[in-house]
Design a protein around this ligand. Structure first.
Ligand SMILES: [Zn+2]
Length: 475
C-alpha cells in the first residue's frame, strides 16, 4: 500500500512537472514587425463605400429572381470612382456580371497572386427590416460606421482593395508579380456563375498563381475568455458543406385510427438518433496550429491547457468545434390536424471537417439512423478544402501586414466553418488564404445579420492593409 502511494505520488509529481515545463517552454509564434504609420481615411474613400452599399446587388435565394441591373450600375460606379484602375488594369466583365482586373507585373518569372472579393450581397430578411437602425441600402454614416448590407460582406473588402489599388497607381507603383483582382457576383449562392467563370478564364489563359487571398477569416474580438487582444484568424482551410434531405413516406389515414408507423414520429426519431451520434473531434493540422499560435499568448491557466494537448486535447477540440457538425434546419410534415401525414421531410446541414468526405458523412448518417424507411438524399455537397501551409512566405506576409496595421492583434492560422469562392480556384493556384482585416464579434452585427455595418476604423485598417499587402507581397 505504501509502495502504491509512493508510486502515485511520484507519477503526480512528474505529471505536474511536465505540465509546468510544457507551459513555461511554450514560446510565442507571433510575427515581430513594427507598427506601420497608417493613412487616415479620406472623405472620398468614405463616400465610395457609402455609395457602393446603395446598389442592391442581390444574390436572391431563388436564382430565377436575379436582377443584373444593379451589378451593371455597380460596374459603372467602380469605373468612375477608380479611373486609374479602370484605364490601366483593363477590367473585363466575365460571364455577364463578374469583374477581372489584371495588373501586369514587371517580372514574368514570378508567380502571380489573385486577390478576390465578391460584389453580391444577401437580401434583407424582410420581417427584420424595421430592426435596422439605418436603411439597409442607405450607406449612411452613423456612430462612426458605414451602415448597410454588404458593408462588411464583402463590399468593405472590395472597395478597400480598390482604394489601395488606386492610391498605388496614383503613386506610380508597379508590381513585380502580376496581380489579378477577381470580383465574383454570386458568392452568396455558391459562386457557380461568377467565381467559377473567373477561375475558368484564368485557367484558359494558363494562369497559375502562387496563392489566392479571399474573405473567410476576421479579426475576432472577445472570442476566448481571458484574452483581451483581438485574434486575426487567417483561415488556411475551410469546412465542407453538405445538405441532406431525409424523407419518410407512409399511406397516411385518419387520425382516429393511427397506424403503428407515423411519418412525423419516424423522421423525428431519425433526427434524434443522428444528433445523439455526433461526429468525432479530431486533432487536424489547423487545430494543432491554432493551439501553437494562440496558446503562448494566453493567461497562465489557459496557457497550461493549450501547452498540454496530450492531456487537454479533447477539451480544446470541443471548444473549437473541431468536428463535422450536424444541424437540422428544416422540418415539414402534415396538412390537417385529423389526417395522418403521408410524408415528412427534413433538411439537415453538415459542415465537414477537412480530411473527411461527403460520402463518409452520408454513410455515417445512414448508420446512425439505421432505418430503411428514412430515405437519405444529397441536396448539396461541397468537399472540405485542403489545408494550405502556414510556414511559408505567403502566410507570413498576411500575418506581417496585419500586425503592421493592427499591432494589438494576435495572428493565428485557422479553419473557417463557412464556405468561400476559393473552392472554384483550386486549379489556378497553389495555396489559399481567407482573411478580412476587419474586427468581428461572434453574434455581433456582422455579415448577413440585421444592422450590418463597418466601423470607419476597420475601413481605414482595411485600406491600409491592402495598400501595404500589395507592396509586401512583391518582396
Ligand atoms: Zn462574403
Amino acid at each position: 500500500m505504501k509502495k502504491l502511494l509512493l508510486t502515485l505520488g511520484i507519477l503526480l509529481f512528474f505529471g505536474i512537472a511536465l505540465l509546468l515545463i510544457n507551459t513555461l517552454t511554450f514560446t510565442s509564434k507571433q510575427p515581430a514587425w513594427p507598427a506601420a504609420p497608417l493613412t487616415e481615411l479620406s472623405p472620398a474613400a468614405i463616400a465610395h463605400l457609402q455609395q457602393a452599399v446603395t446598389y442592391p446587388t442581390l444574390s436572391p435565394e431563388n436564382k430565377a429572381e436575379f436582377n443584373g441591373t444593379p451589378f451593371k450600375e455597380f460596374h459603372r460606379f467602380l469605373a468612375t470612382a477608380y479611373p486609374l484602375a479602370d484605364s490601366l488594369l483593363h477590367p473585363e466583365v466575365i460571364n455577364g456580371y463578374s469583374l477581372l482586373y489584371t495588373w501586369e507585373g514587371t517580372d514574368k518569372t514570378t508567380k502571380p497572386v489573385i486577390l478576390m472579393a465578391h460584389m453580391d450581397v444577401v437580401p434583407i430578411d424582410e420581417p427584420t427590416r424595421n430592426q435596422w437602425r439605418a436603411a439597409p441600402f442607405g450607406g449612411e454614416v452613423v456612430e462612426e460606421a458605414i451602415w448597410g448590407r454588404g458593408a462588411m460582406d464583402d463590399k468593405g473588402n472590395l472597395i478597400g482593395l480598390m482604394e489601395a489599388t488606386e492610391q498605388l497607381l496614383r503613386e506610380g507603383f508597379r508590381p513585380r508579380r502580376t496581380l489579378y483582382l477577381a470580383f465574383g457576383h454570386d458568392e452568396e449562392t455558391g459562386g457557380t456563375e461568377g467565381a467559377a467563370a473567373l477561375a475558368k478564364t484564368l485557367e484558359e489563359r494558363g494562369v497559375h498563381a502562387d496563392f489566392v487571398l479571399d474573405e473567410g477569416g476576421f479579426v475576432i474580438v472577445d472570442m476566448i475568455p481571458g484574452i483581451d487582444r483581438p485574434i486575426a484568424m487567417i483561415a488556411t482551410a475551410e469546412k465542407g458543406f453538405l445538405t441532406l434531405q431525409l424523407t419518410v413516406t407512409t399511406n397516411g389515414g385518419h387520425s382516429s385510427m393511427p397506424t403503428r408507423e407515423n411519418a412525423i414520429g419516424t423522421l423525428a426519431t431519425a433526427i434524434h438518433d443522428l444528433e445523439n451520434q455526433p461526429f468525432a473531434y479530431k486533432m487536424i493540422q489547423t487545430a494543432e496550429e491554432m493551439i501553437a499560435y494562440l496558446g503562448p499568448e494566453m493567461p497562465f491557466g489557459m496557457k497550461m491547457v493549450f501547452a498540454n494537448k496530450w492531456l487537454f486535447g479533447p477539451l480544446i477540440l470541443q471548444g473549437m468545434n473541431n468536428h463535422t457538425t450536424i444541424a437540422p434546419t428544416i422540418f415539414n410534415s402534415g396538412v390537417k390536424d385529423n389526417v395522418l401525414p403521408t410524408k415528412a421531410v427534413a433538411k439537415v446541414n453538415f459542415r465537414i471537417l477537412p480530411g473527411e468526405t461527403p460520402e463518409e458523412v452520408v454513410a455515417q448518417v445512414k448508420k446512425a439512423i439505421d432505418n430503411d424507411r428514412v430515405k437519405v438524399e444529397v441536396v448539396v455537397a461541397n468537399s472540405p478544402s485542403g489545408i494550405s501551409p502556414s510556414d511559408n512566405a505567403a502566410f507570413a506576409t498576411i500575418a506581417r501586414t496585419l500586425v503592421e496595421v493592427m499591432p494589438e492583434a494576435i495572428v493565428s492560422p485557422g479553419l473557417t466553418p463557412g464556405g468561400t469562392d476559393t473552392k472554384h480556384y483550386q486549379a489556378v493556384a497553389d495555396n489559399f488564404y481567407r482573411f478580412s482585416p476587419m474586427k468581428f464579434k461572434v453574434g455581433g452585427d456582422g455579415p448577413h445579420s440585421v444592422n450590418e455595418h463597418l466601423p470607419l476604423e476597420d475601413y481605414r485598417n482595411t485600406i491600409n492593409f491592402y495598400y501595404r499587402y500589395i507592396r509586401n507581397i512583391q518582396e
